[in-house]
Ligand binder design. Sequence first.
Ligand SMILES: Nc1ncnc2c1ncn2[C@@H]1O[C@H](COP(=O)(O)OP(=O)(O)OP(=O)(O)O)[C@@H](O)[C@H]1O
Ligand SMILES: [Mg+2]
Length: 402
Amino acid sequence: MADENKEELVVEAVGLTKIFKDFWNRPKARAVNGLNLGIKKGEVFGLLGPNGSGKSTTIKMILGLLYPTRGELRVFGQDPQNVSIKSRIGYLPEETYLYKYLTAFETLDFYGALFGLDAEQRKTRASQLLEMVGLAHAVDRPVGEFSKGMARRIGLAQALVNDPDLVILDEPTSGLDPIGCREVKDVIRLLASRGKTVILCSHLLADVQDVCQRVVVLYGGQIRAQGLLTDILRQEDKTQIITPRLSAETVAELKNFLSAHGVKDLDKVAVDNPGLDLEDYFLEVVRQATEQKVSTAGAHAPGAMPEYLQGNVPTGQQLLQSLKGDAEEEKRKAEAAKAEAKLRAEMAAKEAEKLKALESLKGEDKPSEEEVKAAEKQALDEKAAKDREELNKKLAGLNFKK
Ligand SMILES: Nc1ncnc2c1ncn2[C@@H]1O[C@H](COP(=O)(O)OP(=O)(O)OP(=O)(O)O)[C@@H](O)[C@H]1O
Ligand SMILES: [Mg+2]
């Protein structure tokens, strides 16, 4: 920890210890034992370890749900009990904790309200998040009826409702089908690319390997191993070459060549056809079925990442579109601008008509100059307010993006 820049540490633990006591206050389980941790801003950090190794206990201390028995713990530089940091953290617990009689929408609305979001924000975020996790079709279903995978999905949506800077996910992919797993991993990667910090606890090591930059492996509440995945998993004493398919003769020649260049133990030279990743294979099969419109009563394809989670950073697609200059978008913008100009011209014409009417009024009734001025002002004020309202209404209807 000494060489790490303290400024950018989102979670910092020194000698963190949690001992659970029994009814008579006797030590029962040393769940976490002298943990030293430094989790940096923007990294996806994997907390690994066998059952009972202290992962969930560590997470609960980070969340301020459990008091450490000993040691120091700082989250965003603060004591985890500090209420001001709660709104910066999103948490998906390992157990389902949802209110089973609330619908999917009401669940997100409820958690949004806990974070003080107004009704409009809650409504927008809830529908965007439900779309993102592929539950848009189940908005009005009570979450108590949800399958395990659906419950994980709504749990993930709940963890993101407050647009947190630190997202803690305890077993996020357990119970999810491979599509759901890939979707959660994509969400994690996107969150990290937006500068959010993610702590991931999972027994599914392939998923951890896919998204985490750094991991610690706990055993008996202590760190047994830790480091960057790229460092830990690299086999420095081996070289891998992937080429298009080689003939048996070329392989034989290659072995002779290697032998001539001092490679001993030729029986350790492995030549075979690399296999596909099972996840990629599975997703390709599903993609083809979807493309062929094979019907399914199961989970639906996930939707896009909500805009508020994307921050100001454009997605790759948006970037490409902006570079290419999307013709459709340009056309839509031109149409909207034309309609806006037409509206403004209509308003100006109406205004001129009204002024003309006022002019003629002056001549007929011969009111005093003050009366004319007051009448003019009142009429113009009323008209301006009405026109503004009408223009805003029509512009809103056009959904014109600046
Ligand atoms: N509330 C509690 N009271 C007593 N002991 C507890 C409590 N919570 C956890 N423990 C004990 O602390 C140890 C660590 O548990 P923890 O839940 O942190 O493990 P974990 O790494 O999350 O395991 P899993 O992979 O099974 O989720 C275990 O021995 C467990 O029995
Ligand atoms: Mg656990």
